[in-house]
Design a binder for this molecule. Structure first.
Ligand code: PLP
Length: 392
């Protein structure tokens, strides 16, 4: 038996391992120091009360014969699919409930969805990129076309001049750069995908951070229903990183090669999953109630204040950066043309701040560093005050 040899083409994932090793070594040498962590993209605030209540109620339901649920429908509980469709409708985007698929998170879906396209496809990945896009496509044996971006285009690359692309990953608001596509820019991508018959995988994991008049969903763009799939998550929206729930939108109007991708995804899910836990889906549905929305936005406001604190420090230091507005990441140019790992070491050794080196997100990230705004506010204030001393 020969296994999937594409796994041999994966590069070792040094990024978070190296960060962990370096911080561990630093603390061993300096046990009296406290690190301020603006590195990892995990949340610090707990689930909101409305979700907790709904989860408890879900557990109670499972304790009684009248309300007990066995297997849930593979594509999602009708009450949650409806709640998500209603949420889109409030933003002016009409969806049918069976275009909404409940998932256990965006990461799972970003890789699993490749089943729809078959092997050996050509996939466009704008970079810097969330590393899972690249690795999932290497595992699938796809050909990756890297589309570099940089300061000159605000880390928001436009579609390439040529076709020949089957699948396009777009992430807006972006991890790691915090850059966000506006309507006109997204229109160009939709036009490109429709005219070349490519399919956009739109990662909207950070849409809840948008405050300005910028699309939250690719389906706000005319024409997207014939060229896009949207993958979303409650991880950052509602603190579900350790609870796990997300959703994927596959329009019924999306067809390629005479096949309907919505029908194909139904077939895929009903074959490969037995659905998401009833209890979790009850918790997730609470996010979309008025009370849930109010409460999650109170938590998001904490992260947004963190963003303002970091941005103010970087502004005062004269640093160049993207993100922070409408996004929970801030992507700053390292001072003095420094390499991102070198700057990471300086931040760690001189001011005890942990960030994420841009090199981990692709070649064009080599001179940048990512700060997250998901930390606790007191540490973020302290880190920002120290950052001013090191950016010049
Ligand atoms: N997409 C992007 C761009 C992310 O940054 C993340 C998590 O950091 C995910 C997807 C994964 O989200 P989930 O926790 O739902 O798997």
């Amino acid at each position: 038996m020969i296994p999937n040899l594409n796994y041999g083409n994966l590069k070792d994932s040094y990024l978070f391992y190296n960060i962990a090793q370096k911080t561990k070594a630093y603390l061993q040498k300096n046990p009296d120091k406290r690190l301020l962590r603006l590195g990892i993209g995990d949340v610090s605030q707990p689930l909101c009360p409305a979700v907790i209540e709904a989860l408890k109620k879900g557990v109670e339901d499972q304790a009684n014969i009248e309300t007990f649920n066995g297997y849930m429908p593979e594509c999602g509980a009708p009450f949650l699919r409806q709640a998500i469709a209603d949420h889109y409708a409030k933003r002016g985007t009409g969806l049918e409930t069976d275009e909404v698929f409940v998932s256990s998170g965006a990461s799972d879906e970003l890789g699993d969805i490749l089943d729809l396209f078959g092997r050996g496809k050509t996939v466009l990945i704008p970079e810097p990129a969330y590393p899972a896009y690249v690795d999932a496509n290497i595992m699938a044996g796809n050909k990756i076309v890297h589309l570099a971006s940089g300061r000159e285009n605000g880390f928001l690359p436009e579609p390439p001049a040529d076709g020949g692309i089957d699948v396009i990953y777009l992430c807006s608001p972006n991890n790691p750069t915090g850059a966000v596509y506006n309507r006109v820019q997204l229109e160009k991508w939709v036009e490109y995908a429709n005219s070349t018959q490519a399919v956009i995988l739109f990662d909207a994991a950070y849409e809840a951070f948008i405050e300005e008049d910028i699309p939250h969903s690719i389906f706000e763009i005319p024409g997207a229903r014939t060229c896009a799939i949207e993958i979303c998550s409650l991880s950052k929206t509602a603190g579900f990183t350790g609870t796990r729930c997300g959703y994927t939108i596959v329009p019924k109007t999306l067809e390629r090669g005479g096949m309907n991708l919505n029908a194909m995804w139904v077939r895929n899910r009903t074959t490969k999953t037995n659905g998401i836990s009833y209890i979790l889906q009850r918790g997730a549905a609470a996010v979309f109630t008025d009370e849930g929305q109010k409460q999650i936005h109170e938590t998001l406001a904490i992260y947004k204040r963190n963003a303002k604190v970091i941005m103010k420090a970087l502004d005062e230091a004269g640093a160049w950066y993207t993100g922070g507005k409408n996004a929970p990441y801030i992507w700053a140019m390292c001072p003095g043309g420094m390499d991102s790992w070198e700057f990471f070491d300086r931040l760690l050794n001189e001011i005890q701040v942990v960030a994420t080196p841009g090199a981990g997100f692709g070649e064009c990230g080599k001179q940048y560093i990512r700060f997250t705004t998901f930390g606790n506010p007191a540490d973020t204030e302290e880190a920002a005050a120290r950052l001013k001393k090191i950016f010049y």
